[in-house]
Design a protein around this ligand. Structure first.
Ligand SMILES: Cc1cc2nc3c(=O)[nH]c(=O)nc-3n(C[C@H](O)[C@H](O)[C@H](O)COP(=O)(O)OP(=O)(O)OC[C@H]3O[C@@H](n4cnc5c(N)ncnc54)[C@H](O)[C@@H]3O)c2cc1C
Length: 412
C-alpha cells in the first residue's frame, strides 16, 4: 500500500493513477465513483486518503509558462516548489515566499494552506490568481481571482476537484540572506516576541524545550538591502557554526547561513532541495493563532511537558487573508509548529494537554498535520464554512472527491 512521506499514514487504497493528459484525467474522473488527488504526500494526517482511487498529477503534460507582462506564472499542478523556483530564477523572477521545504507540490501545498513565515507574507495559496481543475462530472473548470467562487477554490482540501494547473503572482528575482542567533533567554523572547518576529522578512524561532528557559535558535531571513538585526538585543548570540533546525542534526541539509547573500529560493526554505528535508522520521502538528496571543500562548506551550515526543518547536508569522478555509482567514497569525518523533503513541499522549493549553487562544490546526481537536470545534472556527459547503456541492454534488476527513471537518 502507498504511504505518506512521513510513513505514519498508510493509504486505504493501493490504486494510484498517473494520467498524462487532461483528457485522460477527465475520463478517469467520470468513470470512478470515488477519487482523491495526491500531491507529493507530505501531509501527516488522512486529508489525502480515500477508499477509492488516488490520482497523482506528477506525470501530467504541461510546462511552466511565465507571463512577464502580467507578472504571473502558470504551473502544472504536480510541479514542486523547488523546480518552479529554479525555473523562475533562471528567467529573473521570484515568488514572494516559500515554505520550509522546496519538495512539496504546488497544488498540494495550496490545497492545505501551507505557509512560510513573515509578517507581510500571506500563506502560499494567496499567490494564486487562477486555477484549473476537473470537477465531479469530469468537466474542466477555470477560475480567476475576480470570480465569486475563487476565495473557496484554492485552499479546497481537494474537495472541489483535481487541480491541473495554477497561476501564481510573481515578482522580479531578489537576493536574500539568513542569519542564525542562538541561546536567547526565554524571558527576553517572550517580552520581545513581536520585535523578533518582525526583525526580518521571514523569521523562525526554533527550540527543543530541553532547556525551558532558553530558546535554542532564531533564524532571520532578509532581503538584501534590508537592515540586519542584532540578536544580542534579545540576549542571543550570533551562531558560530552552521545550524540545522534540530540541534544535533547535520547542518549540510540546511540552507546557507551567516548572512551570505544568495538567490531567494536558496535562502527562504530551511532545507536544500537536494537533501531530505527535516529529519525524515517524524510527525508534525501545527496550530495557527491570532498574532496578538503570541507571548501568552508561548508561555502556555512552555507549561506543557512535551518530552520525549518533541524534536523541535518552531514559531512563524503569517499575514491575514480572506480565503474561506484558510487557517489565517481574517487574522494576522502566529503559527506554533511541533516536529515530533515518529511514534504514534507518544504523539497522541502529548496532544490533549497541548491542545488544552492552546484552546483559549482559538488555535486553528494546520489542515495537513496531526491534531486531535474535535471536528465540531474545527468546523466552528471557519465563518465561511457554509459557503464552502455550497461551493463543493456545486462542483462535486456526489462527493466523488469526498473522504472521511472532509466528512468530519467540513461537511459534518
Ligand atoms: C518535512 C515537511 C515540511 C513541511 N513544511 C511545511 C511548512 O513549512 N509550512 C506548512 O504550512 N506546511 C508544511 N508542511 C506540510 C505540507 O506543506 C502539506 O502537507 C502540503 O499539503 C503537502 O503538499 P503535498 O503535495 O505533499 O500534498 P498531499 O499531502 O499529497 O495532499 C494534501 C491535500 O492536497 C490535495 N491535493 C494535492 N494535489 C492536489 C491536486 N492536484 N488537486 C486537488 N487537490 C490536491 C490532496 O487531495 C490533499 O487533500 C511540511 C511537511 C513536511 C513533510
Amino acid at each position: 500500500m502507498a504511504q505518506n512521506w512521513g510513513g505514519n499514514i498508510v493509504f486505504s487504497t493501493d490504486r494510484l493513477h498517473r494520467p498524462r493528459t487532461v483528457e485522460e484525467l477527465q475520463n478517469l474522473v467520470a468513470s470512478r465513483p470515488r477519487l482523491r488527488a495526491l500531491g507529493t504526500g507530505h501531509s501527516f494526517n488522512r486529508v489525502a486518503d480515500t477508499t477509492g482511487d488516488l490520482v497523482s498529477m506528477a506525470d501530467l503534460d504541461g510546462s511552466i509558462v511565465i507571463e512577464a507582462a502580467d507578472r504571473t506564472v502558470e504551473v502544472p499542478a504536480g510541479a514542486r516548489y523547488g523546480e518552479l523556483a529554479v525555473e523562475l530564477h533562471k528567467h529573473g523572477w521570484a515568488l514572494q515566499n516559500l515554505g520550509s521545504l522546496p519538495h512539496i507540490s504546488v497544488a498540494g501545498a495550496c490545497a492545505t494552506g501551507t505557509h512560510g513565515s513573515g509578517d507581510t507574507n500571506r500563506c502560499l495559496a494567496a499567490a494564486v490568481v487562477g486555477t484549473e481543475f476537473v470537477r465531479g462530472d469530469g468537466e474542466l473548470v477555470r477560475l480567476v481571482h475576480t470570480d465569486e467562487d475563487f476565495p473557496g477554490a484554492v485552499i479546497s482540501l481537494g474537495a472541489l476537484g483535481i487541480t491541473t494547473r495554477v497561476t501564481l503572482n510573481i515578482e522580479p528575482a531578489y537576493e536574500a540572506w539568513q542569519r542564525v542567533w542562538v541561546d536567547a533567554p526565554m524571558a527576553a523572547v517572550t517580552d520581545q516576541l513581536d520585535t523578533i518576529m518582525s526583525s526580518g522578512y521571514s523569521v523562525s524561532i526554533f527550540t527543543s524545550w530541553a532547556r525551558p528557559d532558553v530558546i535554542d535558535q532564531i533564524w532571520v531571513k532578509g532581503r538584501v538591502g534590508a537592515d540586519v538585526p542584532d540578536g544580542r538585543a534579545w540576549g542571543a548570540q550570533p551562531a558560530e557554526v552552521a545550524h540545522h533546525p534540530i540541534l544535533g542534526e547535520r547542518p549540510d541539509a540546511a540552507t546557507q547561513q551567516f548572512g551570505v547573500p544568495g538567490p531567494w529560493h536558496e535562502r527562504l526554505p530551511h532545507f536544500r532541495l537536494e537533501f531530505t528535508p527535516s529529519r525524515g522520521h517524524e510527525q508534525q502538528s501545527e496550530y495557527l493563532l491570532p498574532r496578538h496571543f503570541g507571548a501568552a500562548a508561548l508561555q502556555a506551550v512552555r507549561s506543557v511537558e512535551l518530552q520525549p515526543a518533541i524534536q523541535v518547536f518552531e514559531v512563524r508569522t503569517v499575514a491575514a487573508d480572506d480565503m474561506w478555509l484558510s487557517p489565517c482567514h481574517g487574522r494576522d497569525t502566529i503559527a506554533f509548529h511541533f516536529t515530533w518523533t515518529d511514534d504514534d503513541a507518544l504523539v497522541q499522549s502529548v496532544l490533549p494537554a497541548l491542545e488544552a493549553a492552546l484552546a483559549p487562544f482559538d488555535a486553528r490546526p494546520h489542515w495537513a498535520k496531526v491534531f486531535g481537536i474535535p471536528a465540531a470545534r474545527v468546523r466552528n472556527q471557519y465563518p465561511d464554512l457554509e459557503a464552502f459547503r455550497a461551493l463543493a456541492a456545486r462542483y462535486d454534488p456526489g462527493r466523488r472527491f469526498g473522504n472521511q476527513f472532509l466528512e468530519d471537518f467540513v461537511y459534518g
